[in-house]
Ligand binder design. Sequence first.
Ligand code: FAD
Length: 699
Amino acid sequence: MCCDIKRRFLLLYATQKGQAKAIAEEIWQQAGVHGFEADMHCISEMDKYNLETEKDPVVIVISTTGTGDPPDTARKFVKKIRDRTLPPDYFAHLQYGLLGLGDSEYTFFCNGGKTVDRCLQELGAHRFYDTGLADDSVGLELVVDPWIDGLWLALKEAFLLRKEKEDMSSNVNAVSSSLPAAPYVVHELNLSSEVQNLKLEDEGARSSDVLSQTSVDINLKPSTRDTEPSLVHSVPPVSQSALNIPALPPEYIEVQFEDALGENPHLSSLISEGAAFEVPITKAVQLTREDAIKTALLLELDIAETVFDYQPGDAFCITCPNNANEVEELLQILGLSEKGEHFVRVKVKQGTKKKGAAHPQHIPERCTLRFILTWCLEIRAIPKKAFLRALVECTSDGGEQRRLQELCSRQGASEYTRFIRDCNVCLLDLLHAFPSCKPSLNLLIEHLPKLQARYYSVSSSNLYQPGKLCFVFNIVEFPACPTRPVSRRGVCTGWLADLVTPLLHPKRSATDTKGGRPSTEKISIFARPNNTFRLPADPSVPFIMVGPGTGISPFIGFLQHRQKLREEHTDWEFGETWLFFGCRHKDRDYLFKQLRCFLENGTLTHLKVCFSRDSSTAEVAPPKYVQDVIRLHAKDVARVLLKERGYFYVCGDKKHMADGVSDAVVDILSMEMEVDRLEAMKLLATLREAKRYLQDVWS
Ligand code: FAD
């Protein structure tokens, strides 16, 4: 095979938050070293490629968003390949490898990738390489890195097979063979354990025929005193290994400071998802007692002066800033304290080697430095390995350089997971731990992701409280730990909590503001309707709601709505309603004691409550968690779901609660239908598909 002619393959990415794009760019970059040329496009740029006539292998990197949907950029593509009128051999000529990105804590893990994979298979396309499914909940890199390593050999094999086929057909002078290229099975890629990952890495290293990484020699002797590794300290074998580190990502951003004054862009210009509204916070209530483990707040927004509308069950988004102290600290470390209010012009660097380098959409062309660090960049994001690699170049101390190299190397993969990913280390933590690291502003813009707006479920009904929107949240707290000596609060919930202090403690604030009235703060919100998490269209259909902790939030909206409908339509028939609620302590965090009112006026037929941390003197201990209470009502749950074709809604914590609840439902279905667990799981899947088992869960 001729080595100086680069073999082309088509590389498509479908990204929602930029991860799939970043991985595609990594593939694009490595391709050259391996003798390939990646023709890279966003999957939405359908005028730039044509799968119907594509002869070269196709590599697709695709993420998942919402409830198992492909990214917005892939919608048109998916619609096209889902077309039922296409013949089953439509893509018989096509060879592809697909890498799906997802989060296994969500129900429809990697569904964006799985959907595209399935459609391509149904249309006759052949996999030249096993599909990889990377899981963000344990670290995308556990699958992504070995998948990329194996890709080169699989591509080589695919080209060889193609050539053999071409040679054969020209020799025999026969019609082209209909044999599909045998998929090159590289690894079982859907991994979750680190052990498997390490094994894979060994294999990957053996199978990879071209070294894309730089080898770094050992330059640090391990200290005999410290035998335990930490974020800043390594021990053998990592400290003594030659390292395979990723290639240095090319810089592509240029920033210029300007003296001229001006105004920062409006926050609404940062939102591409639709119209943004500035609305005042009119009420704040602390729903938990001071001694509760978590603090839950209810905020009321006045939306009367806007066209913002919602249905119970919808979520909406809040645009939030980074913590002002952290921004200040970052400015100081960057040596830019004096320049916070200076205007910055952000441009793509001329002659950059980065493929498809473009102005990041979340950064205005011109705004102040403080605006960028406050509103545009997720400064708390966990730094990716490519960012660590780039930081090595801005670090002057040799020991610190080596440790950063280790953390982004193949040999340090498990330490990256342990000391960075699992500890939620952010850029500031790194800059404190590695004081000689002084990154430039352009590096931050290149590597920090967009500061995402936060979602909240609406906790009110526009029928019940016209012109108002309520929502409930826990103030997220991250305690201090060895890698982070300071405790922190969640970006959005910490900010909101500070913002509403005057409303929560008017007396205290009045003294602070010398007797003045607390000001009405405004926040910027935009809609994110949820078209499935809705009350049944037919009010006579019964439904069950499961919402422990702040998961109760959308159900307050459901119940308010239902109460109003009952008042307005006395002749309608209304189905039975069940609510399962749970919290830690009856006295401290029972968020909505007024649930009793819904019960008394008949809006709620059954209210079942449990308290996980209250001690009991009863002979038989009461159930602790909502899933335990649900099991106690197995017959009713089965009746509502199976006989009466009712709905089942689950809202709240996805890690601990949602799986426990679906397990309980599977057990109930299995018991009541007298079928084994597998059959019961299939039944639950059918209910999910019919949108009668609905989840709105978050971490
Ligand atoms: P962030 O700063 O974003 O931190 C959030 C998470 O990041 C933590 O939970 C943790 O997993 C991780 N993390 C970050 N830094 C650290 C660290 N140093 N140590 C440990 N972990 C860390 N929330 C509600 O309270 N009420 C709702 O009604 C609600 N509805 C939602 C609806 C939807 C559809 C979705 C997707 C989410 C919903 N959420 C809701 C969650 C909400 O969007 C936010 O994620 C949550 O409020 C935390 O935001 P934050 O900015 O304060 O926290």
